[in-house]
Design a protein around this ligand. Structure first.
Ligand code: ADP
Length: 202
């Protein structure tokens, strides 16, 4: 098994699949930063920055922030030193246009994604978890209508990007139903099978 010293990862899954939680755990195991576009937007909205004011209505409505703006934010973040040998993208790219932007950016640096983790969770299970999250966290976009709208966008725009990455042979389909630890273990096993090296012990 050849070892891969970089860990350039993308985690994809429907809303409520647990990709945010798993993303943090995987990033920690591989010693790489998480780049979550949703977190960036929410932090900016909370702080009332110009970016936050620009995107608040879009995010609250469950729509996608314009691709060019989102891609610009990701390019800036990936250009920082801590992302030189790896990163875990959560929530980006989310459609074909963003895939093209990311590929172009990485190719210019002679880089490419090492693996795409697809968390597979049935829609009913996602909906149930999101209802719970709405009660616990009160996220302003977690209304019934907002959730259904984001899941529709996921199925229409985001799920298809997996086919493109699948052709590159870099997608690991992971069963996203089970305990948090079980799912983390499944993901790490799949990445290690690709020769990616984790930083922390089991
Ligand atoms: P969820 O997966 O539950 O939709 P996220 O935190 O990934 O939550 O995203 C929350 C919102 O932030 C999205 O509904 C969208 O408005 C905005 N957003 C996040 N990532 C992107 C992206 N890559 N492109 C456009 N908008 C995005």
């Amino acid at each position: 098994m050849t070892s891969v010293t970089t860990a350039r990862l993308l985690i994809v899954g429907p809303q409520g699949s647990g990709k945010g939680t798993q993303g943090v755990r995987i990033a920690e195991a591989f010693g790489i930063p998480v780049v979550s576009t949703g977190d960036v937007f929410r932090a900016n909205i909370k702080e009332g920055t110009p970016l936050g004011r620009q995107v608040k209505a879009i995010v609250d409505g469950g729509d996608l922030v314009p691709d060019e703006l989102t891609s610009e934010i990701v390019r800036d973040r990936l250009s920082q030193d801590d992302a030189a040998h790896g990163f875990l993208l959560d929530g980006y790219p989310r459609n074909a246009q963003q895939v093209a932007h990311l590929e172009e950016f990485l190719a210019a640096r002679g880089e490419s994604l090492d693996a795409v983790i697809e968390l597979v969770v049935p829609r009913e299970e996602s909906l149930e978890r999101l209802r719970l999250r709405a009660e616990e966290q009160g996220r302003s976009d977690d209304t019934d209508a907002g959730i259904a709208h984001r899941l529709d966008i996921y199925e229409r725009e985001t799920a298809p990007i997996l086919a493109a990455y699948g052709e590159q042979g870099i997608v690991d389909r992971i069963d996203g139903v089970g305990s948090l630890d079980e799912i983390t273990t499944r993901i790490i096993a799949a990445l290690e099978a690709r020769g990616l090296e984790r930083r922390t012990a089991a």
